[in-house]
Write a new protein. Structure first.
Lengths: 183, 731
């Protein structure tokens, strides 16, 4: 049986893109294989690692868990859309400064998640560790760690990623976030 | 450059660039997703087709029939490769099992077919339509059951010093305990992946491999072709941890698929295939016996370990560190290897020491308690400054005592209550644990080529790899220091078999050896520069992008005004590693809180104090250590490949089932590097640090849990089900 093909148009990093794709094609593979935006990584293809995290219509998603054809008219931001080597996004610059990565493979997903997490906190969206639903959540260590836990870093840069996020969040300066967990 | 006498003062000692905390030079690429990994190289060769691997559905036996007709009929399918049509294949030196199975199957998920198609979706669909009939055979899958039949492994004899049995029997204080560690997976974030392209009889593999030269040799051996016809390119590697030391099925199947399809083919292992298709850290059963005098001096120390592997495989060398870490006149180590038909066991970050110290350093904690001694004092009392098996053979540097003492002070060890289960904060039982970290420093030859152009730009080429370790940056620092140029005047090109053969990345030997090789090449380039500039003085000065001699100063680039200057050299070693024991040391400190009702363990604080020679880039070295501490925390608390002992495979073969630490599991981590230069090690005076961080940390977690709860778990990982029944009553 020939594959079922479908046309889909969406915006990627501000540019309008139209693709004719196999309906089985994930958003991740549409980005990596069709648009050759390989900054978004395939770590598990099963929504278990977070390496493929991109921002779709303002919310972060695992792009391996959603089909490309489901995003007609949507707006996708990938790591390349946040910044490029000659003009880094503040979160990308903070990751470099705090060495919030090692092999670099989970990094684009971590950065997309980190940017979206701070927006989620700012928007007042609670998480599992938010103590009170009545109060606005704050970018505490516990909040950021909880919300970032869908992004695995096997190199183990977590402590540095948190320093980078804390700096961007402007909550505290790096190194002074040695809060007791749990408490 | 032959390194056979301890290093004197050399250009690296200027420490203008080396030794400074430096942002990674590849940082802007990695943080923007523009560093190209193996599967992503759309631009390197046109017309790439997609390959998808099918893994065996049994652990041991034979394929009786393989029907690929339905797969071949899928639109877009170009080729199906199986053992039947792949032609004669050899086996690489570093592989235990064949990378393509059939008709014989040696382990579960051994590759049995590759489908090549126009698209990924078509290849995946078609692979699912291949029908394989098997004749399964009984295999051995249970280490505990196979333990009694285990034998001495080739090249791994027992070690015996003095009279262990007699001294142990006579010791007034004794410990005899058995510990187990489970099979563990590397679970690096980038799956094994390769793009293969043939040009006549020449093969290029864009792949993800830690050891380029091993890879070339093993591809040559497997495909039966000359090494010079093979090129491996691996500039960015999304983690390895030992899992990418060797050529795996992605590379072989991509090469075979490209040949069958007549066009380039790219293949990535799917995540669920990785755990059984590739290698893992083998499980161990370890028996440790320690005998001591009442005042805490070890008189007998014995460590035996049992592990399993496929026929022809190797043991997990879990007893290694016990030969060197503590004093004691009567010593015994032994390893026994059982044949298991599980997937291939092999190196994972700090093979040997990582699981070995998870047992030994808990045993030391248990022994200290029996002696009524502080566990740090017990370790200090039994420190040795010479190889305990070879008196008179010193350590090149050994600052274990300083690691433990400084760590104790920083961590607030004095506040630890030695009585277990006696600190309570609300629902949390709180405890502290300590362990020694130990990992050897291995020296091995490593080569590099250095180019100088007319603009004074220095370009380093070596087949060395950066697997997240920070190689790009420390090599740039080394070249910048030696040639007297700023960091941005150095370009580093890695991971290409067209470049001089390096030590590669593994066994925490990469940093010291690869930078020493670059240093050697740069020193040769300095000579060429001096010659070209007509500087006859013995030692021209290279600084600030200029060369000075006898009152003359010219820009470095002037030496290349008539054309590029190129120098190539390697570091080679004499017998300093025989005369001296070269090792790295750490003191690991951990504070945990254990939920008194649920047994949930939370890490509160982690500190490692490390002594590992000169630290070339404190920023990336610290990251190596915290990353290893994180992996060690996973080993202590959650990581376990669950064995199906009936069907012979790892059940939890994805990242949902095989749990690794996530953000919420890891607290702020602190690392201290003691001032140390080791002139015995290399001209860099550095040693390895990438694995030291995982060595001992798991035991520190276990010891902290014991201190918090009074529950001693000797079977890793320490999951809450092993604690729950033994927790104190909830008051």
């Amino acid at each position: 049986m020939n594959p079922v093909m479908n046309k889909v148009s969406f915006t990627v990093n501000g540019a309008a893109r139209t693709l004719e794709v196999d309906t089985r094609t994930t958003l991740l593979d549409a980005l990596r294989e069709h648009l050759r935006l390989t900054g978004t990584k395939k770590g598990c293809d099963h929504g278990q690692c977070g390496a493929c995290t991109v921002i779709v219509d303002g919310r972060r998603v695992n792009s391996c868990l959603t089909l490309a054809v489901m995003h007609e008219g949507g707006s996708v931001t990938t790591v390349e859309g946040l910044g490029m080597p000659d003009k880094l996004h503040p979160m990308q610059a903070a990751f470099v400064k705090h060495d919030g990565y090692q092999c670099g493979y989970c990094t684009p997903g971590q950065i997309c998640s980190a940017v979206a997490v701070l927006e989620e906190i700012k928007a007042g969206i609670p998480s599992h560790v938010t103590a009170s639903l009545a109060d606005a959540p704050r970018a505490t260590n516990a909040e950021m760690r909880e919300r970032m836990s869908g992004n695995i870093c096997r190199c183990g840069a977590y402590s540095n990623i948190l320093d980078a996020m804390a700096e961007v969040a402007g909550q505290r300066t790096a190194g002074q976030q040695n809060g007791k967990d749990p408490a | 450059m032959k390194f056979d006498t301890p290093a004197g003062t050399n250009p690296i000692d200027q420490l203008k660039v080396v030794g400074k905390a430096t942002d990674r030079i590849d940082g802007p690429l990695k943080t923007t997703g523009t560093a190209p990994y193996a599967y992503e190289r759309h631009g390197v060769v046109a017309n790439q087709a997609y390959g998808f691997i099918l893994g065996a559905g049994i652990a041991k036996g034979r394929i009786t029939a393989l029907d690929a007709a339905a797969a071949r009929a899928v639109p877009g399918v170009i080729a199906v490769v199986t053992a039947e049509n792949a032609g004669k294949l050899g086996k690489g030196k570093w592989n235990t099992a064949a990378l393509l199975g059939g008709p014989e199957i040696q382990h579960y998920h051994q590759a049995v077919a590759l489908v090549v198609a126009e698209t990924f979706e078509q290849a995946r669909d078609a692979a699912g339509l291949i029908r394989v009939a098997y004749q399964a055979e009984n295999g051995a899958y249970d280490l505990a059951a196979a333990r009694d039949g285990a034998t001495v492994a080739k090249d791994e004899p027992d070690s015996a010093i003095g009279d262990f049995a007699g001294a142990f029997a006579a010791a007034p204080v004794r410990l005899d305990a058995t510990y187990t560690t489970p099979d563990q997976g590397h679970a690096m974030m980038e799956p094994h992946a390769t793009i293969a392209a043939w040009n006549g009889d020449k093969l290029t593999l864009w792949t993800s491999n830690q050891m380029i030269n091993w890879g070339v040799k093993d591809v040559a051996q497997t495909l039966g072709m000359p090494e010079e016809n093979i090129r491996l390119i691996s500039p960015y590697i999304g983690g390895g941890f030992g899992g990418k030391l060797f050529v795996r099925s992605d590379a072989l199947m991509a090469a075979l698929g490209a040949k069958a399809a007549g066009r380039p083919v790219k293949v990535a292992l799917t995540r669920p295939l990785m755990f059984n298709n590739t290698t893992h850290r083998p499980a161990t059963i370890q028996r440790i016996r320690i005998g001591a005098t009442r005042d805490g001096r070890i008189t007998a120390i014995g460590h035996e370990s049992w592990s399993g592997d496929l026929p022809g495989g190797k043991p997990e060398t879990a007893v290694q560190q016990t030969r060197l870490l503590y004093a004691g006149a009567n010593r015994l180590t032994a390893m026994r290897l059982a044949v298991l038909d599980l997937p291939e066991g092999n190196a994972m970050r700090a093979p040997g020491e990582a699981p070995g110290l998870m047992a030994l350093e808990v045993a030391m904690d248990e022994m200290a308690e029996k002696l009524g001694m502080d566990p740090i004092q017990f370790r200090i009392l039994n420190d040795t400054q010479e190889d305990p098996e070879k008196p008179g053979r010193p350590f090149s540097q050994r600052q274990l005592i300083a690691c433990l003492q400084q760590g104790a002070q920083r961590f607030g060890w004095a506040k630890r209550n030695p009585k277990p289960a006696s600190v309570r904060e609300g629902r949390w039982l709180v405890g502290m644990g300590v362990a020694a970290g130990f990992r050897n420093n291995l020296v091995t030859k490593s080569a590099a080529r250095v180019r100088l152009d007319g603009q004074g730009m220095v370009t380093v080429e070596t087949d060395m790899t950066d697997i997240g370790t920070g190689t790009y940056t420390i090599i740039a620092q080394t070249a910048a220091e030696t040639m007297g140029v700023p960091l941005d005047k150095v370009a580093v090109r890695l991971g290409d078999s067209g470049f001089p053969v390096s030590c590669g990345s593994g066994g925490q030997w990469g940093a010291n050896n690869s930078t020493a090789g670059v240093y050697a090449a740069c020193m040769k380039l300095r000579q060429a520069v001096a010659r070209k500039l007509g500087f006859n003085a013995a030692e021209p000065r290279f600084a600030d992008g200029q060369v000075s001699s006898g009152g003359h100063t010219v820009p470095l680039g002037q030496a290349a005004r008539d054309g590029e200057l190129v120098a190539e050299d390697m570091i080679e070693y004499g017998d300093l590693d025989k005369k001296y024991q070269q090792s790295t040391f750490a003191g690991h400190f951990v504070e945990v809180a254990v939920d008194v009702a649920t047994g949930e363990v939370r890490l509160r604080r982690m500190l490692a104090v490390c002594a590992a020679g000169r630290i070339l880039n404190p920023k990336s070295a610290r990251s190596q250590v915290i990353g290893a501490m994180t992996m060690g925390a996973g080993a202590a608390l959650m990581e376990e490949l669950a064995v199906d002992k009936r069907r012979g495979f790892f059940v939890n073969h994805d990242l949902a089932g095989y749990e690794v630490p996530v953000h919420a599991d890891i607290p702020h981590q602190e690392v201290v590097f003691l001032d140390e230069v080791d002139p015995i090690s290399s001209p860099m005076k550095a040693k390895g640090v990438g694995e030291l961080g995982i060595c001992g940390v798991g035991a520190a977690v276990a010891n902290a849990i014991y201190n918090a709860t009074g529950v001693r778990v000797r079977d890793y990982p320490i999951t809450l089900d092993k604690i729950l029944d033994h927790l104190p009553d909830i008051a």
